[in-house]
Design a protein around this ligand. Structure first.
Ligand code: FES
Ligand SMILES: [Fe+2]
Length: 414
């Protein structure tokens, strides 16, 4: 420890120096969460180089339907074009850079820039530009196109020129989650919880359940993940039986795959863990809070985590899905965004009550907001020294490894 502290004493907030100081099995150093330079690099070299879950096809019911997804200084238009295809474009005019679309969501025939009225088609092509020279080449001035992939309705976008390979990961996840019919969902509720902390502290918090016991009393009543020792063979056997009875693939009780790529890795994860006896879903009293999803015959009495890339997290219960992302706004401003999905034919007030549906993850996220905030406050101290991680934080190291690797590569390192 003496050596580590000595090393950190001369640590600057320069990214090069920071990258050299990280120690496996330890938290990351202060500068990763405080430096404006690191934040710029986070957007450019991490967020802009990977895949981001932006929404669901239920938000694009018709030709011309669109919505925006923003993070850091970036904004992306996701739209359904005249042929019915889902496309995504960088929301930056090819003339002098104004935001082309300023409405959060809606239906359009075309996108007209509010500055000098260049008009873009629903597929991003430039349709018209006033008073330009005869030699102006419209074809090469369409909105920059982002890559799009859809996993059972969930839309993922990448603005990278050569995004990480994702198709293998999608192919592996698809059969594991097929019975949930994620393509047949609707949004029951969306909420954003702003937290005055760096986005990485918010992700780290989501990736470990070391804090769940002390910080989440409500969650810990029902979710066995808060204490691995409580996941007894009996509890696992009962999850397996309930899963098979429900019509889920038994072998998918726990599965992990990692798909390599030359510039980055896309992690795909699908794992199921038991709820304690008496709990059929993540609710106050354990009773279902919405109709069973998709093809499920009975509740499987567990929680199914699904991840496609570190940034994109979904928690699937028997009757609803909660999607999570941690959206950077500035060095120390992050929005914890959550979307609650139920099956598309469920009717609010008849089939589900919004307060019952959202109760658990609302109170849990308020707890998280508080601990992430105090985490950042402490990390801001010049006295902060990264401490050793517990076994229950091992998923965090997957994030650290991928993050540090990607930033190192972006700077031309090994
Ligand atoms: S900036 Fe968009 S038309 Fe000029
Ligand atoms: Fe938490």
């Amino acid at each position: 420890m003496k050596d580590l502290n000595a090393k950190i004493d001369w640590l600057t907030e320069d990214l090069e120096a920071l990258l050299g100081t990280h120690r496996d099995g330890y938290a990351m150093a202060r500068g990763f969460y405080t430096s404006a330079e690191v934040y710029q690099e986070d957007i450019k070299s991490y967020w802009n180089q990977t895949w981001i879950w932006v929404g669901h096809t239920c938000q694009l019911p018709q030709k011309g339907s669109f919505f925006l997804f923003d993070y850091g200084p970036e904004s992306i238009i996701i739209a359904r074009d005249r042929r019915g295809e889902v496309g995504a474009f960088v929301n930056v005019c090819r003339h002098r850079g104004a935001r082309v679309c300023t409405e959060r969501a809606g239906r359009a025939h075309a996108f007209s820039c509010p500055y000098h009225a260049w008009v873009y088609e629903l597929n991003g092509d430039l349709r018209a530009a006033r008073e330009m020279d005869a030699g102006f080449d419209r074809a090469s001035h369409g909105l920059l196109k982002a890559h799009v992939r859809i996993l059972d309705g969930l839309i993922f976008v990448s603005t990278a020129e050569n995004p990480p390979e994702i198709d293998d990961a999608i192919a592996e996840l698809k059969p594991l989650v097929a019975p949930f019919r994620l393509d047949q969902l609707k949004i029951a509720h969306e909420a954003s919880y702003p937290v005055p902390a760096n986005w990485k502290l918010a992700i780290e918090n989501y990736m470990e359940c070391y804090h769940c016991g002390p910080a989440h009393l409500d969650y810990s009543q029902s979710h066995s993940l808060k204490d691995p020792h409580s996941i007894t063979p009996e509890l696992l056997a009962s999850l397996r039986k309930a899963s098979v009875d429900a019509g889920l693939p038994a072998e998918a009780n726990f599965s992990w795959s990692k798909v390599g790529h030359e510039t980055a890795d896309m992690d795909a994860y699908c794992g199921r863990y038991p709820l304690y006896p008496g709990y059929h879903t993540g609710s106050k009293d354990g009773a279902l809070v919405a109709p069973l999803l998709g093809d499920l015959k009975t509740p499987f009495n567990g929680a199914n985590d699904m991840q496609l890339g570190i940034l994109n997290n979904f928690l699937i219960y028997s009757d609803h899905v909660v999607g999570y992302r941690f959206v950077p706004r500035s060095v120390q401003e992050t929005d914890i965004q959550m979307v609650w999905y139920v099956r598309e034919d469920a009717v609010e007030g008849e089939d589900y009550d919004l307060e019952d549906l959202t109760w658990l993850w609302h109170v849990t996220t308020l707890d998280d907001e508080r601990i992430i905030r105090v985490n950042q406050e402490g990390v801001n101290s010049f006295h902060f020294r990264p401490g050793p991680l517990s076994k229950m934080e091992e998923f965090m190291t997957a994030f650290y490894d991928g993050y540090l690797d990607q930033l190192t590569r972006a700077r031309g390192g090994a």
